[in-house]
Design a protein around this ligand. Structure first.
Ligand SMILES: [Ca+2]
Ligand SMILES: [Ca+2]
Length: 237
């Protein structure tokens, strides 16, 4: 009951806007990938002096039995004190059975790092939303815990459309080497080991769940540097 009441209170504050736009990331052949992370802009994530990022644990505080599945950031913070960093840099949602938002097919009202995730039953053609869980990307040392790093991977050169170091490609080309849910990614240039975050290039993908992609067409210079990536996984996986 408390859960429903708090959801109703928060719900009243959140009808100002709807800017949900799930960005679809494709692989180098143009095939759509079920990846929820938006492309990143140069300098992301802002002032933090490292290109390493990590994910929180998954959170599920609501279910869609009322007006929808309301995984509101403020409510998640109250229910999980200290477990979500002050300024998350990304949000990811999936159903409790592990389906991505795209695969689940629901119309999502909101999914951002300011307000969190909202799926409203009224927006669906079927009766109600799936039940989702969400997690947030944060800067270390927030996520803490034991992290074990993979080796470095450099599967592509930027001679074609760009440098494609997608996690999905790396996993399929190196079976059993990379955990299912990396918490961190580190990306540096292959020649000078310059962190990707300070090269000034615009990345089509850059996250622990997507890997790194630099597309030539996104750069003012028309070229990308060559990057290598490695992933930080829970040590017990
Ligand atoms: Ca939920
Ligand atoms: Ca590369």
């Amino acid at each position: 009951m408390i859960k429903l009441l708090s959801v109703a209170i928060v719900a009243g504050l959140l009808f100002a806007e709807s800017n949900q736009q799930a960005t679809k990331i494709t692989d180098e052949k143009g095939t759509g990938l079920p990846l929820p992370i938006r492309p990143l802009i140069p300098g992301w994530p802002g002032s933090f002096p490292t290109n390493i990022q990590c994910w929180t644990e998954w959170f599920d505080r609501d279910d869609p039995s009322g007006t929808g599945d309301w995984e509101i950031l403020s409510g998640l913070r109250k229910a999980n004190p200290g477990k979500i960093c002050a300024k998350p840099t990304g949000i990811e949602a999936e159903t409790l059975s592990g389906l991505s938002v795209a695969a689940a097919g629901d119309v999502i009202y909101k999914s951002d790092t300011t307000q969190g995730f909202i799926c409203r039953n009224a927006d669906q053609s079927k009766k109600k939303c799936n039940d989702y869980r969400v997690r947030f990307s944060c800067h270390p040392p927030f996520c803490g815990g034991g992290v074990c790093w993979t080796r470095w991977y450099d599967r592509d050169n930027p001679s074609g459309s760009g440098d494609w170091e997608l996690l999905s490609s790396l996993k399929s080309e190196n079976p059993g080497e990379i955990c299912d849910y990396p918490m961190y990614i580190e990306a540096v240039t292959t020649d000078t080991a310059t962190p990707a975050i300070i090269t000034g290039e615009t990345f089509y993908a850059y996250s622990p769940t997507d890997g790194l992609v630099c597309r030539k067409k996104d750069q003012k210079s028309g070229v990308c540097r060559d990057y290598k990536v490695r992933f930080g996984c829970p040590c017990n996986c």
